[in-house]
Design a protein around this ligand. Sequence first.
Ligand code: SF4
Length: 217
Amino acid sequence: MTKETFFHCLELLRAEYSKWDAPAKRFENAYRRTPYTILISTLLSFQTRDEMTLEAGKRLFALADTPEAMLRLSEEKIAETIYPVGFWRKKAASVRHVSRELLERHKGEVPSTLRELIELKGVGPKTAKIVLENAFGAEVAAVDTHVHRLVNLLGFVRSRSPEETDRILERELLPEERKGLNRLLVSFGQVICRPRHPDCDRCPLKECCPASQSRSS
Ligand code: SF4
């Protein structure tokens, strides 16, 4: 798929975006959105469904939504509050560790550069990019499993891993073309082009998708 066709697909998806009740969109009004809550929520989301991450975030941020307040909670309290997100014990330790790092090295603020973010324990490039985009409006494209899967399914990218996809998108897309890509494709992947049961009949891309199961319509 050419870049031009890919952008056309994105336009078709953007036209439908407001209709989708995707779990990824429910974070927007769930609790006070700050760089800190966005960072912590992103840490909680690893290997956890968005619905569960959302509820865990609501419970946790009702108790503490700043690094100072978080460090007043014990690791056990954080763990029991975020349960049952995946790796809840490990994530509770990570939440405290990152909160301490923010206070000690960044005056309690979340840094706004990729380099500084990935220096925080447990923060990789994907988490850093999600924070950069959602907290600071940066023109980046975080590549998670949905983004990796969908750009490959559409034939815009041929890659074997999200990391490889990330490098290709960095090379192929201008900064302004990356903005919003993660949110759009994650929502699309949750509601329409689901990994196991894609809803091709309802898909705005069914006429041009190489994997469409409803082309005969
Ligand atoms: S047509 Fe089907 S397989 Fe193709 S993008 Fe849409 S939902 Fe996914």
